[in-house]
Design a protein around this ligand. Structure first.
Ligand code: HEC
Length: 217
């Protein structure tokens, strides 16, 4: 008989301890059988929630203000022109079609091209090749489908559509929106245009001031 009482008491305690505290919120950290001794600083870590309070910072807020000069990736140095200029931001015109040419807010000069070359060499040349002919280093590792910029389709592609590919990627090409600011993207496009121009250029296209450098009369 004594065993029956004990077993009943055990079952009651078990049932209450398993089911009775379901959904109960702890106000203190739970009891830790193997505490910090074994995992110092790892088991118990502070966590801040959005817009929560923090005793650590002098202003009492968990959210920290942005350091001076920080810009969100999609806003870039041209952020001021961001909101309304869809040509600049998305490469599209008001009717949703791809915009030809460069946005008026940009000055496409040699400095801009040099910046485009710099970004292109880092972010595009590994696949598209330094000359834009699709013979980048990745070709040797099996990425054979990278197109050349020098066929008619890509020569005639509007600047807006190239921007769209940079922003959203295409096929095996990922988006570069998190690596290139808006200005960077347009500088890269300008450089792609320069590569296309150079690919089919003849000595007639060389500016007179530069002819002697190339040994052309
Ligand atoms: C990882 C390799 C890789 C890198 C890096 C890369 N691309 Fe591409 N790109 C591709 C591939 C592959 C395609 C073909 C996509 C398809 O048609 O499916 C492509 C296609 C394109 C096209 C043609 C899109 C079309 O509509 O046919 C353009 C323009 C282009 N890339 C520009 C760029 C620019 C500019 C950069 C640098 C910001 C860049 N790519 C970086 C692999 C790459």
């Amino acid at each position: 008989m004594r065993n029956v009482y004990l077993a009943t008491a055990f079952l009651v305690v078990l049932t209450i301890s398993v089911l009775g505290f379901r959904g109960t919120k702890f106000t203190h950290p739970p009891m830790d059988v193997f505490p910090e001794l074994f995992f110092p600083g790892m088991k118990q870590q502070p966590k801040y929630k959005n817009q929560g309070a923090s005793k650590f910072f002098a202003d009492g807020r968990a959210d920290r203000p942005l350091p001076a000069g920080v810009v969100a990736a999609n806003y870039g140095p041209l952020g001021d022109a961001l909101s309304n200029d869809s040509h600049l931001v998305s490469g599209k015109m008001a009717d949703g079609s791809f915009a030809p040419g460069f946005p008026e807010t940009l000055e496409v000069d040699l400095k801009f091209l040099a910046h485009g070359k710099d970004r292109f060499t880092i972010f595009c040349a590994p696949c598209h090749g330094a000359l834009g002919d699709g013979n980048g280093i990745t070709k040797q590792y099996g990425m054979g489908a990278t197109p050349t910029f020098h066929d008619d389709r890509l020569r005639n592609m509007s600047e807006g559509e190239i921007l769209n590919t940079i922003i959203h990627g295409k096929g095996n090409m990922l988006s570069y929106a998190d690596k290139l600011t808006i200005k960077d993207r347009w500088a890269v496009i300008a450089y792609v245009r320069a590569l296309q121009l150079a690919h089919n250029a003849s000595t007639v296209d060389v500016a007179p001031a530069h002819k002697s450098e190339l040994g052309i009369k």
